[in-house]
Ligand binder design. Structure first.
Ligand SMILES: *[C@@H]1O[C@H](CO)[C@@H](O)[C@H](O)[C@H]1NC(C)=O
Ligand SMILES: *[C@@H]1O[C@H](CO)[C@@H](O)[C@H](O)[C@H]1NC(C)=O
Ligand SMILES: *[C@@H]1O[C@H](CO)[C@@H](O)[C@H](O)[C@H]1NC(C)=O
Ligand SMILES: *[C@@H]1O[C@H](CO)[C@@H](O)[C@H](O)[C@H]1NC(C)=O
Ligand SMILES: *[C@@H]1O[C@H](CO)[C@@H](O)[C@H](O)[C@H]1NC(C)=O
Ligand SMILES: *[C@@H]1O[C@H](CO)[C@@H](O)[C@H](O)[C@H]1NC(C)=O
Ligand SMILES: *[C@@H]1O[C@H](CO)[C@@H](O)[C@H](O)[C@H]1NC(C)=O
Ligand SMILES: *[C@@H]1O[C@H](CO)[C@@H](O)[C@H](O)[C@H]1NC(C)=O
Length: 507
């Protein structure tokens, strides 16, 4: 059976060398009418062209070929099949709705992904003669992995844990890579080809340094599906990390705490950025005017609507003006010059946020920022980061600024008293709620915060040393919602009192 199987694979491999139209015709005649006698053994599989690019999967049993039912069939099953058939990966799969024509001989296949054959996966009885309610398995196997590699949870866009996104039909599958044997050659392939970075990595980072993908956090049509592979063996011959040989797809053997990450060299390392704020009401606010190397100075044009507090924070930090109180995009007479300034929020200089590109045309809108002004030594402002990131809100992830970088607070020992201090420091009178499991990013600055409740600022409460956060992860970040702006109400009261006083004194 083994030998017979290899013959089928052999045929499929030869087929890759001839043009596709010819291949389809050839396979049709060969497979459908003259299937090699030797491949007709129970448990052998073949792919029969079906539609434009897909092939219908068939399995041999008791003297004939029959299709496979598609229930539970998804990415992992497709990958096992394609590798079994001698291909590198899966291009697509679907459910063909012809189930009632020919009874299927196999169904309910459920693979982990690293099996060497479909029959090594959990499956229904081979040879069962049944109708498929979910259609039949069709697949399209490929020699390339059509995924997108991105970096998550780094301090800037040029670093982070390696995350691979695969899109099939309507669904996105998210994967990470296990750090077994993860080295600079592998990291290089991640950094290479990233549009805004240079070709090489600074460091191959191991041990989930940039965190792990939170299970169940991939969004509406996405699914986090674990480690794509435990190790890759890259060298300069491969274009992307996905092209490198690996130790097999979908490893079961990688424990947590071993997600691979990278730090790439930055595109901006060569760029000299001159930054000023113009047309403001003080030197700490106004339009952002930039000059980069030989590009004459002008405004940022923000074609892709990146401008938010993240970019504002970096402008203020670059200038030594603290952090951004608010940002906006308004009419300006400045010449638009630099496009695609996009920050993570914790970069030390705006040059790290340059994504490349000049402004497409004359525009009249330009970004502004209102900076806090230089911060007193030892002063650590806090913010609640809402989903709308052009404003700091009364609710959201709690972050505190230290050495120019925003970081989160771990919920270890967190109490309502602590939340009270947070709300008071931000000018609110009450805590509506406080919770955790809000997935933050960047450094975890504080842990074990214990406020008595009378402190005017969070950093004055008792806490572990800055940056020490034993046993914490971003799944334990504190979030707070505050209520009723004390100041507004009291201003109103003061105004009423003042006019009453005036009225009384006139009597
Ligand atoms: C499959 O469907 C056909 C047509 O609907 C029916 O005649 C047959 O009995 C079904 N077979 C099984 C095993 O359910
Ligand atoms: C894609 O999603 C749409 C709407 O959510 C749904 O109607 C359609 O059946 C989906 N297509 C596939 C191939 O899953
Ligand atoms: C990369 O590895 C492949 C497979 O091991 C090998 O054939 C190739 O020569 C290597 N390329 C370089 C540049 O080392
Ligand atoms: C940056 O500013 C300095 C001082 O104002 C000036 O001498 C220099 O030419 C500027 N560089 C660019 C690229 O505009
Ligand atoms: C900040 O917000 C105030 C009030 O909402 C607004 O008037 C001002 O223009 C904003 N400043 C900047 C630089 O965005
Ligand atoms: C800057 O922010 C402060 C505090 O929110 C506000 O009072 C001030 O009006 C803002 N200035 C500008 C120019 O936006
Ligand atoms: C911190 O958050 C985790 C889950 O994210 C939770 O299990 C734990 O109980 C929380 N600890 C405290 C002290 O609230
Ligand atoms: C006004 O401010 C005082 C002192 O900060 C506070 O105790 C009081 O609750 C505020 N008044 C209202 C109506 O919120």
């Amino acid at each position: 059976m083994e030998a017979a199987f290899h013959k089928v694979v052999g045929i499929l491999n030869v087929s890759k060398m001839i043009p596709r139209a010819c291949f389809l015709a050839w396979l049709l005649t060969l497979c459908m009418t003259h299937s090699p006698v030797s491949s007709q053994e129970d448990g052998n599989f073949r792919l029969v062209p079906y539609g434009i690019s897909l092939s219908r999967l068939e399995v041999y049993h008791s003297g004939s070929w029959g299709p496979v039912c598609a229930e539970n069939w998804a990415l992992r099953e497709s990958v096992v099949l394609c590798t079994q058939m001698g291909f590198r990966f899966v291009g697509n799969w679907d459910r063909a709705d012809v189930g009632r024509v020919t009874p299927a001989k196999l169904g309910n296949v459920q693979c982990h992904g690293d099996e060497s054959s479909i029959l090594d996966c959990k499956h229904g009885p081979l040879g069962e003669n049944r109708n498929c309610s979910d259609g039949l398995v069709t697949v399209y196997c490929t020699e390339t992995v059509g995924g997108t590699v991105s970096l998550k949870d780094g301090e800037s866009f040029s670093e982070g844990r390696v995350e691979v996104r695969l899109q099939f039909r309507n669904k996105t599958f998210y994967y990470t890579i296990c750090d077994e044997g993860w080295d600079l050659a592998d990291a290089d392939r991640v950094c290479r080809g990233r549009v805004y970075t240079y070709d090489s990595a600074l460091e191959a980072v191991r041990g989930s340094y940039f965190g792990e993908h939170a299970v169940g956090e991939s969004g509406l049509d996405g699914k986090f599906d674990g480690f794509l592979t435990s190790s890759v063996q890259c060298n300069a011959s491969y274009y992307s990390v996905l092209d490198c040989p690996n130790s097999g797809w979908f490893t079961r053997s990688c424990p947590s705490g071993k997600t691979a990450g990278v730090k790439c060299k930055e595109f901006s390392d060569q760029y000299q950025v001159n930054l000023t704020l113009v047309d403001g009401t003080s030197r700490y606010n106004g339009f952002v005017k930039v000059a980069i190397n030989s590009v004459p100075s002008g405004s940022i044009c923000d074609s892709n609507r990146y401008w938010s507090l993240r970019e504002g924070d970096v402008v203020c930090r670059s200038l030594g003006f603290g952090y951004a109180l608010n940002v906006s995009v308004v009419k300006s007479s400045l010449e638009p010059r630099i496009n695609n300034v996009h920050c993570n929020g914790n970069e030390m200089s705006l040059s790290q946020c340059l994504r490349g590109g000049l402004c497409p045309q004359r525009g009249e809108l330009a970004p502004t920022v209102n900076c806090s002004g230089p911060l007193k030594a030892g002063y650590h402002p806090i913010e609640l980061r809402p989903s709308q990131i052009r404003f700091r809100g009364a609710e959201g992830l709690l972050r505190i600024l230290r050495n120019g970088r925003w970081g989160t607070v771990c919920n270890a020992s967190w109490t309502l008293e602590n939340a009270r201090v947070v709300c008071r420091q931000l000018g609110y009178s009450s805590v509506i709620r406080h919770w955790y499991s809000f997935h933050g990013y960047g450094p975890i600055h504080l842990s074990n915060v214990k406020c008595a409740g009378t402190e005017p600022r969070l950093d004055q409460c008792q806490h572990d040393s800055w940056g020490v956060h034993d046993g914490c992860s971003h799944a334990m970040d504190v979030a707070v919602e505050c209520g009723s702006i004390t100041l507004t109400v009291n201003f109103t009261l003061i105004a009423v009192l003042a006019s009453m006083a005036k009225f009384v004194s006139h009597q």
